[in-house]
Design a protein around this ligand. Structure first.
Ligand code: MOS
Length: 752
């Protein structure tokens, strides 16, 4: 179905199942260890061999020679696949770096071989027998050093910039000014489940069981890379232990499993060791961000400018951290720029709310700094600069990121927001959090050795929509089975899809079976950019509408009058059990929701306000987050329990970005040094004592028939700045370089 006019009332509005905080339908499988993750799939193909990936020991240059003789002769070895014998490989649409390097090397730990053996240990042992001679070429690894005159990546283009009015003139003449530079660190996704794949060939037909967020993209990229028809590739990924953006694309594990299986003539499993992941796969680029804000003395923004520099391989896109500054606050004179310097580090790409997460981490400190200069409360300052129209909507897409939409026709430079309850989020949050107890003067609240402070930040994250298909089947027992290639990356897709089908067909949740993550199912929106929940359920809605018509027709009822409830379809005085209508052959329907241009006529975005209280040890600078509150306005909440889990997960990631997460670059060797979970720190339960989430009542009929929006990434947007602002309020030390580690606080702390 086409979705190009706002939704009117529909069966979802009954909210008998949708909107209820039901438990995850896949929960029992998860807690009993029976959900089949990629590396657990011993069952899918007999006689599996093991592949071990060898990563390049240099970041840039060439392989001069590679001697595989000893490795090939090692016990149990079945094949050694390198660029020399892999055959010609194309390059998929979504990867910036080649997944099998050689002779040219583009980044450290780029795969240069996969060793296939009877056991994992044999493959690993043989990997150490590979003799490789490299010739190193000079490379660029330091983003800070690229600040001036950096060679910009090809993808940067004019699309990364926007301008409204006369920013420079009005900033210069503004009575109150903030001009500061902020940095965010290179970050690693660090999802719990590493990359893993099992690949098996049956003649020219390839099946890959893997862990991936976007089934159709990945099946397509496997086909492109191997030079085989897409129909010959099946991808299956029913359970995913977190993706965080790293699994949006085909990565080396899946490709090398396929190549290894072809060479060894056996099914091959490749599980990537944790220590290979940060340099072999993908990360979020560090950013350098300069923000300038000019305001009147009574607190109105007159000029706002945000320039961001990130780094990537030559064909990679920017971390467009200035993007939200086009739409979060009012102000007549504006500029943004998202620049991208060429770096020879591993590929940078989407991670945990790309763009807005690091962008708001900077912008929302700058806003705090301006409020302080004005002597205004930071909540009141944000409210005073609210806007119900997008002040800066450039005609071009912001980047070549596949997530951003190209080709905007009928461009409106100032579209209204379809819904914008940022002010309501801020007001309610301030009340619930006890914001009135915050000291406007920093460094004034002391509890023994602890300096205590509160911080606030606004959150905005776009609501993207993506076409999404599904197939629904009704059987003789009255069971509804949904099939779509949508994935569940731990987000709750199984559950909200089951709720949608149950609501639409008038059956209990237990009567719905959901099958996900297989390329033999209809192509969905996949999981990314927080579009999954709304778009995938909208696709299921569309398919269920068709199934309802088929049921009514077969039952001899008028589809327009038919009511689906309690496992029956009824019209007038006739009521028939659904299973009886389906009969022994069952009934099947399939459809795809196709989104029109409603999201161009209005800016669909989600909003939130984050409140954080921290305590900083006055002697050591150790920061403890004490409590967090997020108030979110994100359309209809399909399941308050899974949505809450999404948001608190995002808030936790925000604490990571604020206080811990940093891939440290060795700028001589050109690699991320702390490439494991011992050296790369993420928050654990003990770091997060108390989190609350409040969802405002909201339905957005312009976003889909579900009237829902994305919510998963909203939780990380702004959170880091709320932590940073709380640390400042506690200590009076303004740290503008993330993560806020204790060394950055110590020199400013009071004598104990
Ligand atoms: Mo998300 S970073 O688009 O998976």
């Amino acid at each position: 179905m086409k979705f190009d006019t706002p939704a009117t009332s529909n069966p979802i509005d009954q909210l008998k199942v949708v909107g209820k905080p039901v438990d995850r339908v896949d929960g029992p499988l998860k807690v009993t260890g029976t959900a089949s993750y990629a590396n657990d799939r011993h069952d899918v193909a007999a006689n599996q061999a093991h592949g071990y990936i060898v990563g390049s020991a240099i970041p840039k240059g060439r392989i001069v020679s590679m001697d595989v003789t000893a490795a090939r002769a090692a016990p149990g070895v079945l094949a050694v696949v390198t660029a020399d014998n892999a055959g010609s490989l194309g390059k998929g649409t979504f990867n910036t770096a080649r997944l099998l390097g050689g002779p040219a090397i583009e980044h450290y730990h780029q795969a240069i071989a996969v060793i296939v053996a009877e056991t994992f240990e044999q493959a690993r042992a043989a990997a150490h027998l590979l003799k490789v001679q490299y010739e190193r070429a000079p490379g660029e690894y330091d983003l800070e050093a690229r600040k001036e005159g950096a060679k910009l990546a090809e993808s940067n283009g004019a699309a990364g910039e926007s301008a409204v009015g006369d920013f420079a003139g009005n900033f210069a003449s503004a009575p109150v000014q903030v001009d500061a530079t902020y940095t965010t660190a290179h970050e690693s996704h660090s999802m719990i489940e590493p990359f893993a794949s099992v690949a098996a060939w049956n003649g020219d037909q390839l099946t890959v069981w893997t862990s991936n967020q976007m089934i159709a993209w990945t099946a397509g990229d496997i086909a492109t890379t191997l030079g085989i028809p897409k129909e010959k590739v099946r991808v299956s990924s029913p359970f995913i232990g977190g993706g965080f953006g790293a699994k949006l694309w085909l990565r080396a594990d899946a490709l090398l499993a396929a190549l290894g299986a072809r060479a060894a003539r056996r099914p091959v499993r490749v599980a990537m060791p944790r220590a290979l992941i940060p340099n072999n796969t993908v990360h979020r680029s560090a950013t350098l961000q300069r923000i300038r804000i000019g305001a009147t003395r009574d607190g109105k923004i007159t000029a706002i400018g945000h320039e961001s520099l990130s780094g990537n391989l030559p064909e990679g896109g920017p971390e467009a951290a200035a993007i939200q500054t086009r739409s979060l606050y009012a102000g007549p004179h504006r500029m943004t720029a998202n620049r991208n310097a060429v770096l020879d580090l591993p590929e940078a790409n989407a991670m945990r709310a790309p763009n807005e997460a690091p962008g708001l981490a900077a912008l929302e400190i700058a806003i705090d700094e301006m409020a302080e200069k004005l002597g205004m409360d930071p909540v009141a300052f944000r409210i005073a600069n609210d806007t119900q129209f997008v002040p800066d909507n450039p005609a071009k897409p912001a980047s070549n990121d596949p997530q951003s939409k190209a080709g905007e026709e009928k461009h409106n430079p100032n579209p209204p927001f379809s819904q914008r309850q940022l002010v309501e989020c801020l007001r309610l949050g301030a009340r619930r959090f006890g914001w009135d107890k915050r000291s406007a003067q920093p460094g004034r609240v002391r509890e023994g050795r602890w300096l205590v402070g509160m911080g606030v930040a606004a959150a905005i994250r776009d609501n993207l929509v993506m076409n999404s298909g599904a197939r629904v089947r009704l059987d003789q027992r009255g069971t509804v089975t949904v099939e779509t290639d949508m994935t569940d990356i731990g987000t709750g897709s199984y559950t909200v899809i089951a709720q949608t089908a149950a609501e639409m067909m008038g059956v209990r949740l237990e009567r719905v079976v959901v099958r996900l993550g297989d390329s033999t199912y209809p192509v969905s929106c996949g999981s990314g950019g927080q579009w999954g929940g709304n778009s995938a359920t909208a696709g299921v809605y569309a398919a269920c509408l068709k199934l309802r018509e088929a049921v009514a027709r077969k039952a001899g009822l008028n589809a327009a009058d038919a009511v689906f409830a309690n496992g029956h379809v009824r019209a007038g005085s006739r009521s028939v059990p659904l299973g009886e209508v389906a009969g022994p052959e069952g009934l099947v329907a399939e459809d795809t929701i196709e989104f029109g241009d409603l999201n161009k006529k209005m800016q669909q975005a989600t909003f939130g306000a984050h409140f954080v209280e921290v305590a900083v040890d006055a002697a050591t600078g150790e920061t403890r987050v004490r409590r967090m509150l997020a108030v979110c306005a994100a359309g209809r909440i399909l399941n308050p329990k899974t949505a809450r889990s999404q948001v608190i997960g995002g808030m936790t990631m925000g604490v990571g970005a604020a206080l811990m997460e940093e891939l440290a670059v060795d700028t001589r060797l050109g690699l991320f040094v702390n490439h494991d979970l011992a050296g790369y720190e993420v928050p654990v339960h003990a770091d997060i004592p108390h989190q609350d989430v409040i969802f405002l009542d909201e339905t957005d009929p312009t976003s889909s028939p579900m009237k829902a929006k994305g919510v998963g990434e909203l939780g990380i947007c702004g959170t880091a700045a709320a932590v940073a602002n709380a640390v400042y309020n506690a200590t009076g030390v303004r740290v503008r370089d993330y993560p806020i580690t204790l060394d950055k606080l110590l020199k400013g702390l009071p004598a104990v």
